[in-house]
Design a protein around this ligand. Structure first.
Ligand code: MG
Length: 255
């Protein structure tokens, strides 16, 4: 099932995508899939980010190739950081590059996003997927110069618009064997990997994070980027495609 958040005539609704129509829901999907009985054509909707997270918890250094290209050594424990919820944008929206006096080097990072459903605290690894509603595609956009020059990644990772998410939450995903994860910029393949290459896997991460903070419905976990991250510029079109999940497209523009 593909869960969407859509704008219909300036009203925001949750819905379920069924071919070329959206069946609108009467309650948020975290409370159950309850149809409102109203269906609208996709052409009369605009897809919004399919999450309004209370928090976005991200993982660095989770693919060996990216660890190497960043000049890091693999971490013994998950390298967690957070992006502000206000950095989220939806499909086909624009990442706004910082003014050049702040940053001149911004890169894409294709990542599998975990959308928390039931959530909880002290979740056992064996129960982790039951706490998850589904998966989405995300771009952990990063001002690489600030990330490296600042003592902490907060600024480099946290600019407004630096978290494109979408196009929907896919609830029927099998992680077994890994999912292909790719990033194209202006049609040129830049990242091509498998989620099977993650150092810390999805159930472990949900469990690990829930040891320190309560995961609530709609929280978003970004699971780290494979190698191949490269600079973005004004006018670029970024496509992040995850096998069995979807394809997220967003633009880029100067400040
Ligand atoms: Mg990242």
């Amino acid at each position: 099932m593909r869960i969407v958040r859509v704008d219909v005539s300036n009203e925001i609704h949750w819905g379920v995508l069924r071919d070329d129509t959206v069946e609108l829901l009467s309650v948020p999907p975290f409370e159950g899939i309850v149809s409102s009985g109203r269906t609208v054509p996709v052409s009369e909707t605009r897809f919004l980010a399919p999450v309004v997270p209370q928090k976005i918890i991200c993982l660095g250094r989770n693919y060996g190739e990216h660890v190497a290209e960043m000049g890091y050594v693999p971490a013994d424990s998950p390298a967690l950081f957070m992006k502000p919820p206000g950095s989220v944008i939806g499909p086909d929206e624009l990442v706004v590059l910082p003014p050049t006096w702040l940053s001149t080097h911004v890169e894409h990072e294709a990542e599998l996003g975990i959308v928390i459903g039931r959530g909880g605290r002290f979740i056992e690894e064996a129960d982790a997927l039951e706490a998850v509603l589904g998966f989405t595609c995300a771009d952990d956009v990063s001002a690489r110069d600030l990330q490296k020059s600042d003592p902490h990644p907060t600024r480099g990772k946290g600019f407004d618009t630096f978290c494109p998410v979408g196009p929907w939450i896919e609830t029927d995903v099998s992680l077994d064997g890994g999912l292909g994860i790719r990033c194209r910029v202006n049609g040129v393949l830049r990242q091509d990997a498998s989620t099977a290459q993650m150092i810390f896997n999805v159930p472990f991460l949900v469990s690990y994070i829930s040891q320190y903070t309560t995961l609530v419905p709609g929280d978003l976990i970004l699971t780290g980027s494979p190698g191949g991250t490269l600079p973005l510029g004004d006018g670029d079109v970024v496509e992040i495609e995850i096998e069995g999940v979807g394809l997220l497209r967003h633009g880029v523009r100067d400040a």
